[in-house]
Structure formats: C-alpha cells, structure tokens
Design a protein around this ligand. Structure first.
Ligand code: ATP
Length: 208
C-alpha cells in the first residue's frame, strides 16, 4: 500500500487538494479529524489534557472548549509543545488505525492529509510527499478571507508554523496553488497520474 503524504501551510490549499483526491476516488485519512476524536470527552487524550490544563478548558458539558484551548496554546509556545506532546501518541495511533482499516478494505493508494507531517515526523511513513505551496501574499489574503481574521492575527498564525518554504524543500511533489482553482485542478490531474504510477523497487528502497 502506498501512503501519499499531503501537507502544506495554513490556508495553502491542503483541504482543497484533499477534496480533489476524494472526488477522484482516492481515500483520504484526515489527521485533523483524528486529532478532534482524540480530544473527545472521556478519551485518553482528553484525560491527559484536562490533567495538564485544568478543568477551566472544559465547557459545561465536559467537552474541551477548543477555541479556549487554542487561544492558550497559541499565545504560549511551551504550552503548545506540551499539548502536542500529550496528544501525539493518540493521534499517531488513530492515524494508524484509519490506515489499517483502508488497507484491510484492499486500498492500494491512500492519501494522508496532515498539516504537521514533518513536525510530527510522520514523513518517514509517506511517499511521495506532496506539499501544497502558495506565495505568502496569497496565503495571507486567503486565510484572512476564509477565517475573517485581521492581518495581525493571520500573520501570527502563519508565523507560528514551520516556514512553508522549508516544507517545500522537503517535498517530492510541489503543487503550486497561487493561481486559480482551474489551474489547481489542471495541475492536480498531472500529480494524480504520478501518484498512481507504480513505485519502482529503487524508489521504494530509497524512500525508506
Ligand atoms: P488549513 O491548514 O487552515 O486547514 P488548508 O491548507 O486546508 O488550510 P484550504 O482551506 O484548502 O487550505 O484553502 C484556504 C482557502 O483558500 C479556502 O477558503 C479555499 O477555498 C481557498 N482556496 C484554495 N485554493 C484556492 C485557489 N486556487 N483559488 C482561490 N481560492 C482558493
């Protein structure tokens, strides 16, 4: 089974590309959805996070108040690191199970859509790695439009991440998404052909 890594920066267009894969019949494991599940009330991840951050981060129904937790970790890199460290094992095993389920169904090619592919060191499990790249001005503009945030807020969210150019340098395939959706669609179909091509033994060996 081939696990294609799909990553990029905030607002660079990962979900848009991920939807194109789905629309073309390629199953996608969405790491953000897995990350949501591991914080559900009563789960191991939930217990760890409540123990570390206190009951204040809970809503009255006991679920984690995600925006509140987001604010806390966003403004404090140490707390962000702590949260990532606490949840990482749950997220990796959640992803593993999703991949296993698809493998058992006989899927030969799947896409792992994961914003923190490199940061979580999951890149060693994926080949090829696709990075969706966009120029900084377009990224800022799209992020502000989508999330209705100020320039300052959007900039600080972008700057809190591994620089997109660093991710681009680690890619096997770069999808440039500075142009229109039609341009993206056209580029995507070329990438799809590449992704569906069987790996040669050399490529396989080199990727490990
Ligand atoms: P995040 O990491 O925040 O989840 P993302 O990388 O998944 O972001 P998307 O949500 O796919 O990014 O795209 C960001 C915004 O840009 C969305 O509103 C999307 O509709 C828009 N967008 C993506 N690609 C294009 C494009 N080629 N032309 C115009 N708008 C686009």
């Amino acid at each position: 089974m081939r696990i294609v890594g799909l990553t990029g920066g905030i607002g660079s267009g990962k979900s848009t590309v991920s939807n194109l894969f789905k629309a073309n019949g390629i199953p996608v494991v969405d790491a953000d959805l897995v990350a949501r599940d591991v914080l559900k009330k009563g789960t191991g991840g939930w217990k760890k996070v409540v123990a570390a951050f206190g009951q204040d981060i809970l809503q009255p129904n006991g679920e984690v108040d995600r925006p509140k937790l987001g604010q806390i970790v966003f403004s404090d890199p140490d707390k962000r690191q702590l949260l990532n460290r606490l949840l990482a094992p749950y997220i990796s095993s959640g992803i593993f199970w999703e991949v296993l389920k698809l493998w058992m169904k006989g899927c030969k090619v799947i896409v792992l859509d994961i914003p923190l592919l490199f940061e979580a060191k999951m890149d060693k499990w994926t080949k090829p790695i696709i990075v969706v790249w966009v120029d900084p001005e377009t990224q800022l503009r799209r992020l502000m439009a989508r999330d209705r945030t100020s320039v300052e807020e959007a900039k600080s969210r972008i700057n809190a991440q591994m620089p997109l150019d660093v991710k681009r340098a680690k890619a096997d395939i770069i999808i440039g998404n500075t142009g229109s959706l039609d341009d993206l669609n056209e580029h995507f179909h070329k990438v799809l052909v590449q992704v569906m091509k069987p790996l040669t033994w050399n490529e396989f060996a080199l990727s490990r």
